[in-house]
Structure formats: C-alpha cells, structure tokens
Design a protein around this ligand. Sequence first.
Ligand code: GUN
Length: 285
Amino acid sequence: MSNIIDGKAVSQSVKDRIKVEAAQLKEKYGVTAGLAVIIVGDDPASRIYVNNKKKACEYVGFDSYEYALPEETTESELLELISKLNNDDRIDGILCQLPLPKHIDENVIINNISPYKDVDAFHPVNVGKIMIGDYNFLPCTPAGVMELIASTGVDIKGKECVVVGRSNIVGKPMSMLLLHKSGTVTICHSKTKDLKAECKRADILIAAVGVPNLIKGDMIKEGAVVIDVGMNRLDNGKLCGDVEFESASKVASYITPVPGGVGPMTIAMLMQNTLTAAKVNRNLI
Ligand code: GUN
C-alpha cells in the first residue's frame, strides 16, 4: 500500500511560511502585498476558486481586490481594467480567472497583464523564463506538484519522470521544472503509441490529462511516486482524478488523492508568487 501524500497539510505549511514572511515584510518595510482577482461571468466553479484565493490572501495577510465583471463585459473593457491594475502600485499580482467567456480571447488578456504582475506565470515572457530556468514566478500547479514530490523526500535527480498531458498550464511547464531538477523527462499525450509502456518506466509519474481514471495500477511501476493533477467531475457529481486510485495505490510508494492532493497546493503557490511579486516590484530583493 502507498503512502498518501496529504496536499492539505503541505499546502498549510507553505501558507504558514508565507504568513511569517508577509508579516516580516510589513514590519520591516511597511509593505502589504496586494492581489487583484478578476472574474468575468458567473461560472460556479470559478466562483469557488476565486473565493478560495481571497480566503488564502486573508490567511497569509495580503490585501485582495476582487473585480467581478458581468458575462457581457467586452474584451476592450477587460483590457482597460487590466491596464489600470498594471499601473496601480497597491497591486502586486493580477489573476484573471479562466475560462473567460467565449467572446474574449484569453491569449490577448494574458499578453496584456504586466509580466511583473503575472502571478499565474502564463505570460509568454514568464513562460520563456521558465524554459531558460531563470524565473521569479512559478507556474502554480506544477510548482505545487514539485512541493508535493519534495515532501516525500524522493530526489528527482536522474529519475525517469513521465508527464501525461502537454497543456500550456500544466504538462509543458511541469516537464521543465522536473528537467531543471535533473529528471529524465518524457511527455506523453493523446498520440503516444504505447502509454502503458511509457508510464510503466516512470519512477515519478505525473497525470495531467483530464481523463477520469485513465492511469490504472497495471500501468505503474512498483514503488513509483504518482501525482494526480486530474480534477474531473463525474456525472454523479463526484470529483475524480486521472489515476484510478484504488489499483494505483497498491503499486505506488507515494500517491496523491483527489481531492486533497494537488488541488490545495495551487493556491499556496499563488500566494508564494504574490509574495515574490511584492518583493521584486518594490525592489526588496
Ligand atoms: N482556472 C483554472 N485554473 C486556473 C489557474 O491556475 N489560473 C487562472 N487564472 N485560472 C484558472
């Protein structure tokens, strides 16, 4: 049986560390980090995420500024708000909750958030910096996965790391972070010829495809570390990952549950990026 990685506990310890640093920033420099969170429309899942981000800001001692805009907001109205926030000194980080309504081009929005305030690390400048390995902002979900792997004590150096999924938000940056830690990285996707054989080689397996229960126990190497980024809503309303937990947990040495694994980490890493933004933008590091 595997050890279950407790994402809530790891996330809590990251947030507690940030809370201490935020208090020091306030005491030494009189600075309170500020995060602007923009939500357009009334997608219920996005609403929950945004509320959780605001709660996390409150917990660590940051100011949060919510901009809840109606579904009919135009692209140029949203760009106008972003331009205002780019030039607002109280705001260290800007997060525009995705997905946006169909009439707004997400890439246009991402490209117009200042790279210095891009706490999602989605802007092409920050994506390029991650590629080079010279970055301030960590892509939140992959950075959370790295914290979870670190919590196991397993060293990534020289390990076979297989990432299933090649999205811009998770798969691609995830692969870069593992590579920076000297893992031997393979990226699998829907056209991969023999997914089972690729997964079976992995010492560290990251599933981020959005296909419920795709990775079964017989696709996993004995003793592997398995991180499930999947967050799939089934017809019965239950959340389920990309990994079939029951069979996988009989083979893996460490495994994340869904929910309670990667999910809580993303917000903790967003807080980390906001703290970094406050320090960098105010020339404190
Ligand atoms: N929607 C789902 N996940 C994310 C995220 O990490 N950042 C943003 N901006 N929107 C999201």
